[in-house]
Design a protein around this ligand. Structure first.
Ligand code: HOC
Length: 404
């Protein structure tokens, strides 16, 4: 990573110099007008921090307060599931998982990955903890198959995404004529569903041809050809998320089919956190899916305190959505999160330098978080307290005395 790149923001700018337009449009796509995408980024600045001084922070321990997925991690930070990572780098999810492993942080794999459940587990070892899943309409047999494979491969959890009974309205995908380039496959599925045609395909990753093919795919003619080919190879089969998903039937169903932990991802209301726990969830991920599903919905950070209050320590509460600085990790923990996850920054790292780029992202957030901890007077994450963060209105109420 060039020396002049100092922050995730710098890395993003570097990434955008080379990222193919179609991939960029996919990555940045948000629902409708993009209000929630912007909200996810702006919400962090609405919270200000109040530091304490002279507390001997020569040694700071950044490890999470409690084990998550029965493991001890170097940071309260993980890599959230995101689909089709080969769009950013030929080694895709394998590179991301390997970076997570080298930094001892957890990694969640999207079902719609370009490497298999087993390949990614091999690359990421103990860091590969979760398999993200949608429940598929009329094809629960495929869901069961995925769950069994995750169990056999040694995953710890199924991460059930509950915010997508239907895909959000995403104009960007249509405008950029998005289609997964034809050399990429949904390798967890059979050929009928966009899966392997040629299992040996990664032998071709020694040159720039893959990147070139992605670039070509953003040409409308080429994209149309890809779409045509995909339709043909998938023989008209499509995987559709089940719009009838509901707490009672589906959590019960999933519990019957797996002994793994079940994490519910996409909760934004305290009563849904309650439903998740009532139906056996082992953990909750507060998330609005990177602003990609429902526009103008709240940011995860804004609803976090209410959800933490409702959950009251019964299960861990994790959060994703707009983490770009080490200070953001601090704020999320102060407002009650046990752990945070990142999505898009991983793609910036992948695009710029593959595994090394993702590692750089994690290292940068770690370094920033450590400095913030020291400046805040916290020697370990157990010393991060709710009263250390405040909104300006909160601070100014009662003539500035209210929060002290
Ligand atoms: C058939 C491809 O969650 C996103 C992902 C969607 C998963 C890709 C499915 O883009 O937000």
């Amino acid at each position: 990573i060039p020396r002049e790149i100092l922050s995730l923001k710098d890395l993003e700018a570097k990434c955008l110099e080379t990222m193919a337009p179609m991939v960029r449009d996919y990555l940045y796509d948000g629902a409708e007008e993009g209000h929630t995408i912007r909200e996810n980024l702006e919400v962090w600045d609405r919270w200000l921090v109040i530091p304490r001084m002279m507390r001997d922070t020569s040694n700071v321990n950044l490890t999470p307060r409690t084990h998550q997925f029965n493991q001890s991690w170097s940071l309260p930070l993980g890599i959230a599931p995101s689909a089709m990572q080969q769009l950013a780098h030929p080694f895709g999810e394998k590179a991301t998982a390997a970076a997570a492993r080298s930094m001892n942080i957890p990694f969640g794999l999207s079902t719609f990955s370009n490497y298999t459940i087993e390949e990614v587990k091999d690359a990421g070892g103990d860091s590969v903890v979760g398999l993200q899943m949608y429940l598929l309409e009329g094809r629960r047999d495929l869901n069961i198959e995925l769950v069994k494979r995750a169990e056999a491969a040694g995953y710890k959890a199924i991460v059930l995404t509950v915010d997508s009974p239907v895909p959000g309205n995403r104009p960007g995908l249509i405008k950029s004529n998005f289609v997964m380039p034809k050399h990429m496959r949904f390798r967890n599925f059979s050929e009928d569903f966009g899966g392997p045609l040629d299992q040996a395909q990664d032998t071709q990753f020694n040159d720039d041809s893959v990147t070139a093919k992605i670039a070509n795919s953003s040409n409308p003619d080429s994209a149309a050809a890809c779409r045509q080919e995909q339709t043909t190879t998938s023989r008209g089969n499509q995987l559709i998320v089940d719009p009838s998903i509901n707490w009672e039937r589906d959590m019960t169903w999933l519990r019957e089919h797996t002994s793994l932990e079940i994490w519910v991802k996409g909760v934004l209301h305290p009563l849904d956190a309650e439903e998740a726990i009532a139906h056996g969830a082992n953990g909750i991920m507060v998330s609005n899916h990177g602003g990609r599903q429902l526009d103008t919905c709240v940011s995860a950070l804004d609803v976090l305190p209410a959800i933490v209050k409702q959950v009251n320590g019964r299960v861990p509460v994790h959060l994703d959505g707009g983490i770009r600085r080490g200070g953001d990790i601090f704020k999320a923990l102060a407002l009650g999160a046990d752990f945070v996850w990142i999505g898009r920054p991983v793609w910036w790292g992948l695009e710029v330098a593959g595994e090394e780029g993702v590692r750089w992202v994690i290292q940068t957030l770690k370094r920033e978080f450590e400095v913030v901890m020291k400046l805040m007077g916290c020697r370990h994450v157990g010393e991060i307290k709710r009263e250390m963060v405040v909104t300006k209105n909160g601070l100014l109420s009662m003539g500035g005395t209210g929060v002290f």
